[in-house]
Design a binder for this molecule. Structure first.
Ligand code: DHB
Ligand code: FE
Length: 289
């Protein structure tokens, strides 16, 4: 009896997608192609019925500020309230955690030489709630609920210094070892979120790099080890200052079986679309064989 990772999901977290959902604009010609890219994913998630989602995301100064900047923070609380910059807290259900599994992962990963910050109270912003909305569809904030408990795992990709892709990839491997030693039968999905190319400020604001994004998706599937060696300056140069969010995808990828001597995952779904606000939207579902 043990928990096991069944799949990994990768998706952008554009805050304007949350606003489009919350303001009833999903059928607008601008947004329709974005949401269409997730039709398959919503049905897939319903069919898969995970018991827990380990959701790697970044906070945008909603839970943390410049006063305290954890590189990696694991949410060990029983629940996490929506909060946000910009449009404010989204009208979505409170996120229910899984304190037992989160505490086990913290214990295992810290003993496995990674420094995690334990968050027993943490609000979650669009970095976490937009991927949930895209994958689960709209949820009523009062009567609705997300389909399963979620362990939020916040990565600092906002304030320098940020962790390298290599460190993220190795951390994903430690997270797999942790999940596999939790002695309860649980189907766990790991999600890597943020990206793809975008830059929100400065002379290059609005930068999108389709070729680089698609090469990133190819390499994430076929050559994650090589991809993990790309230095952070390449992300910034090629994918824009906020493109660095993509290192979070390597945490989820490092947790897949093939990195640990097992079979390659199956590509269940791949989607790429420009534009969505200032961001290229990328999305991938990899299922364990
Ligand atoms: C946008 C994208 C982000 O990742 C973010 O955190 C804020 C804004 C944008 O495209 O506008
Ligand atoms: Fe962001």
């Amino acid at each position: 009896m043990a928990a096991k990772i069944t799949a990994s999901v990768y998706t952008s977290h554009v805050p304007a997608i949350g606003a489009a959902l919350d303001l009833g604009k999903t059928a607008d010609p601008y947004w329709q192609p974005v949401f269409k890219g997730y039709d398959y994913s919503k049905q897939w998630l319903k069919d898969e019925k995970p018991d827990v989602i380990f959701l790697v995301y970044n906070d945008h100064a909603s839970a943390f500020s410049l006063e305290l900047i954890p590189t990696f923070a694991i949410g060990c609380a029983a629940e996490f309230r929506p909060a946000d910059e910009g449009w404010g807290p989204r009208p979505v259900p409170t996120v229910i955690g899984h304190p037992e599994l989160a505490a086990h992962i913290a214990q295992s990963v810290i003993q496995d030489d990674f420094d995690l910050t334990i968050a027993n109270k943490m609000d979650v912003d669009h970095g976490l709630t937009v991927p949930l909305s895209l994958m689960c569809g709209p949820q009523d904030p009062v009567h609705g609920a997300w389909p399963c408990p979620v362990i939020p795992f916040a990565v600092n990709v906002v304030q320098y210094p940020v962790p390298s892709g290599r460190r993220c990839f190795m951390l994903g491997q430690a997270i797999r070892r942790a999940i596999e030693t939790f002695d309860t039968d649980l189907k766990v999905q790991i999600w890597g979120t943020g990206g793809m190319s975008h830059q929100l400020q400065g002379a290059r604001a609005g930068l999108i790099n389709r070729d680089w994004d698609n090469a990133f998706l190819d390499r994430l599937i076929e050559d994650p080890e090589g991809l993990s060696r790309v230095p952070h300056i390449d992300y910034v140069r090629e994918a824009g200052s906020e493109g660095i969010e993509l290192v979070m995808w390597l945490i989820a990828r490092g947790a897949m079986a093939d990195i640990h001597g097992g079979p390659k995952p199956t590509v269940k779904h791949r989607f790429y679309h420009v534009p969505a606000s200032n961001t290229a939207v990328g999305h991938l579902i990899l299922e364990e064989c």
